[in-house]
Design a protein. Structure first.
Length: 265
């Protein structure tokens, strides 16, 4: 086969050593590195990055910061795996996180100065197995993790839990819904149309957004330069928010969102 045998779940545009690539992951358990031309209109070559035979789904990909795009994490089945982009190989499989699927992995950039050298933070989201009535067998959660690179040849890559984000009303047991982050907040969608907002470093639930409707939210994107937030989902609308209240402690104590809906299309 020249490509994926099942649906593509994620795709990333990558520059590595000044050369353009596209990295794709699919529901066939494959990760494919495509060498592109300068216009990104055709692929000159493709390499299959080695994934274990027992992997069924590659749901998301995120590159380790400050490594020249040499290493990346992939959300595969119930957990995450670390890969070497240059050598096209798996480095390490970490223990499962969720009972069904891990469908989100995102590195948090901008806080390296608060960590030791070779340490990075990343976020995950996933879904759980359901019982005979279709209910999740455990609470839905998001996590932040710290990955530590080896300090010498005798050391290994390690991952330790940083924070767990959950709430009794947070029900998010639908897969392929994307979390959003601006490096300070984690925004996670639900299966019933709301978005929970946590402070990444304190773990506090800051707000709950309700764009309208009871359908799944599929993606959350921060504007790259302005304080705007774009939300899209199965309801077919795009919602644009701007933040008006910046006092986080007041947000928490009032338990409201204090975020104004600007526009929906």
């Amino acid at each position: 086969s020249n490509g994926h045998q099942e649906e593509i779940s994620c795709i990333k545009q990558v520059f590595f050593k000044n050369d353009p690539y596209i990295l794709s992951g699919g529901q066939d358990g494959r990760i494919i590195k495509w060498t592109m031309d300068e216009t990104y209109t055709s692929a000159n070559m493709r390499h299959f990055i080695h994934t274990p035979e027992n992997i069924n789904y590659v749901n998301d990909i995120s590159f380790v910061p400050n490594c020249g795009n040499r290493f990346f994490l992939a959300a595969c089945d119930q957990g995450v795996q670390l890969y070497d982009f240059q050598e096209n190989c798996l480095i390490k499989t970490f223990p499962p996180i969720y009972s069904s699927f891990c469908d989100n992995v995102k590195f948090i950039e901008g806080y390296e100065s608060q960590l030791d050298e070779g340490e990075f933070l990343f976020l995950t989201r996933g879904v759980e197995l359901v019982d005979n009535e279709g209910e999740a067998t455990t609470f839905n959660t998001c996590h932040s993790w710290k990955i530590s690179f080896p300090k010498d040849k005798s050391s290994e890559f390690t991952v330790t839990n940083h924070k767990i984000f959950t709430h009794e009303e947070y029900y998010s047991n639908t897969w392929l819904m994307k979390i959003g982050t601006n490096g300070r907040y984690l925004l996670s969608p639900t299966s019933y149309g709301k978005i929970f907002i946590w402070n990444i470093f304190s773990g506090d639930l800051v707000a709950v957004l309700n764009p309208g409707g009871e359908r799944e939210i599929r993606d959350i994107i921060f504007h790259p330069t302005e304080p705007y937030l774009l939300i899209g989902g199965d309801a077919g609308n795009i919602y644009v928010y701007s933040q008006k209240q910046t006092d986080e402690m007041e947000l928490i104590s009032n338990n409201n969102n204090n975020i104004e809906e600007m526009e929906d299309e």
